[in-house]
Ligand binder design. Structure first.
Ligand code: CAO
Length: 548
């Protein structure tokens, strides 16, 4: 097996480029084209691939070194009769880097039909000469319509097999449109977008920076070429790093590997110079994720995380019968978990003295029945909740999806949890604040029946501002309901009980209704909840106020 000296290939004219990553170690076995080192010039980085398959015998460079074409990178032992980079065989020893991308000056995007004149003109911009590469990936759009760019500012970043490169703006101006998007494939000459050039910058059509410089003659001037205006060049790689989390500093091989493994690069902790993500970083990230998956811990910020539910075979403890969950049950389970995990819950408790309300309700029962409705405590609770939502509008809100706004609602629709054989359903009674007690009683009953018969339409279960969950007819002294997000509050009602209440002189038997108000502490605070609950309790205690 032949020992081969590996040398830095043609760098497209660039000299003294930085070695920014050593991708292999002595003793590693590599396939032909595997990245050995990554070098970086002024405008692009590129992998230097193995010229042939074999074993790495030595590495003569280290991160931070500067290398030029022909410098020795190391030695390797070829797997089979191969070819040496010193003695080119039929196939070139090192594939030409895509787009000849490590260059002192990367080619700028090509202007088409740049006018000579003082008025700002729109110019089509084309993908420049990519050094023979074809159909390279657009991996980043660095500007958007309306952005002002200087000559040389990055417009897009493209990535071929071996290198990524910025496509810089040929001129200073304003971006009118960008005709490509991330994931597109582009080739030399493809339309990239439209640039409106600033008047004083207007020049004749050019294709290269050199030509641009030669042509940069002030309008109105004659033959003498003058120095082009000094446009500060930027390091776009660094700038991208600093301005957008999604724009990660990584070499093509690392990007390719990340794509293959389905890893989002901006989640990977970078350890390289200038926060560059290396292959080792990627491997470490994957090791970490696998470990987490194996231990069942999903990261929630702390060291412990949420442990995965263990799989248990219950038949080992006794006879069991396994049956499928209903669709409603599955949806409820998923929603409950989502709301429980996402919503920071607080539950506030109080007892409402509904002694008067109960005597009023009982006195009205016969009349209600004549009208064909059952007057249970639920319509009174609906009415009290509606009044409280109007009195404390901070409860009649939802958090906006963007996480930056609160949606205030000027309607009062209330959901009512109904226990059905198929699972929990929450029909919504609309405009509760505008309806009377009999109307609410009739609608609540109709909705409960529809829910139990499985006849609720999707729109009859949407749009609630708040939910009431009444377990009063079933029993219990209290429970902590889960907020039905995106609503921010839910009232849990337990069983009415006769309790001794101190009236200042004696203990008096009063009919007390236990209430539990759970709320989303991201949207409302304890003060809002305290006021809401106090209002509820006071209107339920004084039925005249409720009817107002
Ligand atoms: N305390 C004592 N008795 C109560 C009461 C309370 N808090 N609330 C209702 N009752 C009484 C009613 O007055 C009625 O008795 P009368 O006929 O003598 O008046 C009896 O209990 C039965 O009421 P109901 O259940 O038929 O009707 P409702 O209007 O009280 O409730 C509904 C309707 C749909 C809310 C209820 O049937 C229901 O499904 N509740 C369960 C909700 C649920 O599952 N919540 C949990 C969600 S989270 O898992």
């Amino acid at each position: 097996m032949a020992k081969q000296v590996i040398k830095v290939p043609d760098l497209g004219g660039a000299d003294q480029v930085d070695v920014i990553e050593i991708s292999v170690a002595v003793g590693d076995t590599v396939a032909q084209e595997d990245s050995l080192i990554v070098v970086e010039g002024d405008k692009a980085s590129m992998d230097v691939p193995a010229p042939l398959a074999g074993k790495i015998l030595s590495i003569r460079v280290k991160e931070g070194d500067k290398v030029s074409e022909g410098d020795v990178i190391g030695e390797m032992e070829a797997d089979a009769a191969g070819f040496s980079v010193d003695e080119p065989a039929e196939k070139p020893a090192v594939s030409a880097p895509v787009a000849e991308s490590v260059q002192a000056e990367a080619p700028t995007a090509t202007q088409v039909a740049a006018p000579v004149g003082a008025e700002p003109e729109e110019e089509a911009i084309q993908v420049p000469d990519l050094g023979g590469a074809d159909a390279v990936d657009v991996i980043e759009i660095s500007v958007q319509p309306g952005d002002t760019v200087e000559e040389g500012d990055s417009l897009i970043v493209v990535e071929g097999d071996k290198a990524s490169m910025d496509v810089p703006s040929p001129r200073a101006g304003t971006v009118v449109s960008i005709a490509v998007k991330e994931g597109d494939k582009v080739s030399t000459g493809d339309e990239l977008g439209v640039l409106k050039v600033v008047a004083e910058d207007a020049v004749a059509p050019v294709a290269t920076p050199e030509a641009a410089q030669a042509a940069a003659v002030p309008v109105g001037s004659t033959a003498q070429p003058v120095e082009p205006p000094a446009v500060p060049k930027k390091d776009f790689r660094l700038e991208r790093n600093l301005t957008a989390a999604a724009q990660v500093y990584a070499g093509p091989a690392v990007r390719k590997l990340a794509r293959e493994l389905g890893v989002t690069l901006n989640k990977v902790k970078a350890s390289g110079p200038r926060n560059r993500v290396s292959k080792d970083d990627l491997h470490n990230y994957i090791r970490e994720q696998v470990k987490k998956a194996e231990t069942g811990a999903v990261g929630v910020g702390g060291a412990i995380g949420i442990a995965k539910m263990p799989e248990i075979d219950f038949s080992q403890f006794g006879p069991v019968n396994v049956e499928p969950m209903s669709k409603i049950h599955k949806i409820t389970a998923a929603n409950m978990s989502r709301n429980w995990i996402n919503v920071p819950h607080v539950t506030q408790f109080d007892d409402a003295d509904i002694t008067e309300l109960e005597s009023f309700r009982k006195s009205m029962k016969a009349e209600a029945e004549k009208r064909g409705v059952r007057l249970t405590p639920v319509p009174f609770l609906l009415k009290a909740v509606a009044a409280a939502l109007r009195a404390e509008p901070n409860f009649n809100v939802s958090l906006h999806n963007d996480g930056e706004h609160i949606v205030h609602k000027d309607y009062v629709h209330v959901g009512m949890a109904v226990d059905t054989p198929k699972g929990l359903m929450v029909p919504v009674i609309r405009d509760v604040d505008k309806k009377g007690l009999y109307e609410l009683a009739a609608e609540a009953r109709e909705m409960a029946l529809k829910a139990r018969d499985g006849k609720l339409k999707p729109n009859e279960m949407q749009g609630a501002c708040f939910t009431i969950s009444s377990l009063g007819a079933i029993g219990g002294t209290g429970f902590t309901p889960i907020v039905n997000s995106p609503e921010v509050g839910i009232l849990g009602v337990s069983k009415l009980a006769m309790k001794p209440v101190w009236n200042g002189k004696d203990f008096e038997p009063r009919q007390m209704l236990p209430l539990a108000l759970s709320y989303d502490h991201r949207a409302v605070n304890g003060g809002d909840a305290g006021r809401f609950m106090t209002f509820m309790v006071s209107v339920l205690a004084d039925v005249r106020r409720l009817l107002l």
